[in-house]
Design a protein around this ligand. Structure first.
Ligand SMILES: Nc1ncnc2c1ncn2[C@@H]1O[C@H](COP(=O)(O)OP(=O)(O)O)[C@@H](O)[C@H]1O
Ligand SMILES: [Mg+2]
Length: 231
């Protein structure tokens, strides 16, 4: 099916308390992400990008509103159920990679499987390595990899549990322009296989290369013409 919605946020809010002050990090966000879609979320520093990623990644709970991952309403779930939804649906890719440098590419990719107490399917691992462009590099310790290959390892690790949505916060932040392009190409080929990808970034070039750009400002989605960012 082409227009299957994998994620739907409605009037999503996240408030933080700082002393007596309330910070409205997200203030009523409406968002739908379809299967196979690449969406970028852009906005100035402090606009709520990371907060939104943490919510849709089920790493944190909303203060109010609704968030559906597939058919499940997650806004009201308890931590244990949230963890389950996260493991079954979400993969994360981080700017700082968060890989273990002294472990090999393969060992880093396998980590989530160990946490999920799943056994390792050799065939699948090979397919994954091929898919992300790391074939033949599985035995190299991560500390010897280039930045691009570190991010490929991060992406493979995010995919090992077969998520439906890949969430990335500034995935190309530490990479050279040429490598950024390669990572974007990789995202595109993954999305063509059905994965939905949500990229938070302040990199306009990266955002412009995605199918849809969502502008966040002061915790709200604003139309492009009202955004502080112009291009
Ligand atoms: N844990 C927290 N406690 C208090 N305020 C926070 C916390 N996390 C984020 N904020 C505030 O929420 C707003 C949005 O932050 P964030 O989501 O990190 O924005 P962005 O990723 O776009 O830079 C900012 O004003 C930030 O200071
Ligand atoms: Mg951020």
């Amino acid at each position: 099916m082409q227009d299957k919605i994998v994620l739907e946020a409605a009037n999503l809010k996240k408030y933080y308390h700082r002393g007596s002050e309330i910070v409205k990090a997200l203030d009523g966000v409406e968002l739908k992400i379809k299967e196979s879609e690449i969406v970028s979320i852009i906005g100035p520093s402090g606009s709520g990008k990371t907060t939104l990623m943490n919510l849709i990644g089920c790493l944190d709970k909303a203060s109010a509103g609704s968030l559906k991952i597939g058919d499940t309403e997650v806004a009201s779930l308890e931590e244990n159920d949230l963890i389950k939804i996260r493991r079954e649906n979400i993969g994360f890719v981080f700017q700082r990679f968060y890989l273990i440098p002294t472990l090999t590419v393969r060992e880093n990719i396998e980590l989530p499987l160990i946490f999920a107490k799943k056994s390792i399917n050799e065939k699948k691992l090979l397919v994954l390595l091929e898919e992300v462009g790391l074939k033949g590099k599985e035995r190299i310790q991560v500390k010897y990899l280039s930045g691009g290959d570190k991010q490929r390892t991060g992406i493979a690790r995010a995919l090992v549990n077969d998520p439906k949505i890949l969430i990335t916060d500034e995935p190309t932040g530490k990479l050279e322009t040429e490598v950024k392009g390669q990572i974007l190409e990789l995202f595109k080929s993954l999305s063509e296989k059905g994965l939905s990808i949500c990229i938070a970034t302040h990199d306009l070039e990266l955002a412009q290369a995605t199918q849809r750009i969502i502008h966040l400002q002061d915790g709200k989605i604003v139309p492009r013409e009202k955004s502080d960012l112009y291009y």
